[in-house]
Design a protein around this ligand. Sequence first.
Ligand code: UDP
Ligand code: MG
Length: 167
Amino acid sequence: MKQAVLVIIKPDGVLKGQVGTIFMKFAQIDLEMIALKIVRPTREKIEEHYRHLKGHKFYEDLISYFMGKYHNVHKLPAIIFYGEKAIQKCRKIAGKTNPEEANPGTIRGACGRITTKGIFENVVHVSSDKSEAKREIKLWFEPEEIPIPLYRSKVKKIDAYKKKVWA
Ligand code: UDP
Ligand code: MG
């Protein structure tokens, strides 16, 4: 069964110039890239993204980190990969959550660090399971941005809908 996984390159990955290297690493596995865009990590979005971590002592610092406050980076590449065992494959390339425990051959092992505050700056986000991938992808992407019918969608008529178009 094919599955989708969300990968977001975190602010430290962008600032350290790792975007190209990360793309190359993911390109080596047999997965399709089915969506790609730059997202703006707002507090609202990140709180929803990490809602299961609310209450942890590192939560507020994690929000600040993902918002780009420590790296002054506020535009993050977000990619959806699709294929057999996509989550397992991408998490393997990313490496363990704690960059000190991650294998040096993985993205997090090679480029991550633990800050003096104790935050794991670990370069990439990768969804942890199928239901989280679905929740996260629906949070960061609109149905029209994904060129396959990945999840159930509906057509909604919105009155007085305004849309930005090229001037
Ligand atoms: N994190 C942290 N300290 C911890 C656990 C997590 O700083 O003890 C951060 C880290 O950046 C991690 C993110 O919180 O990537 C989300 O944690 P999760 O347990 O979901 O790990 P992941 O799925 O990213 O490997
Ligand atoms: Mg996680």
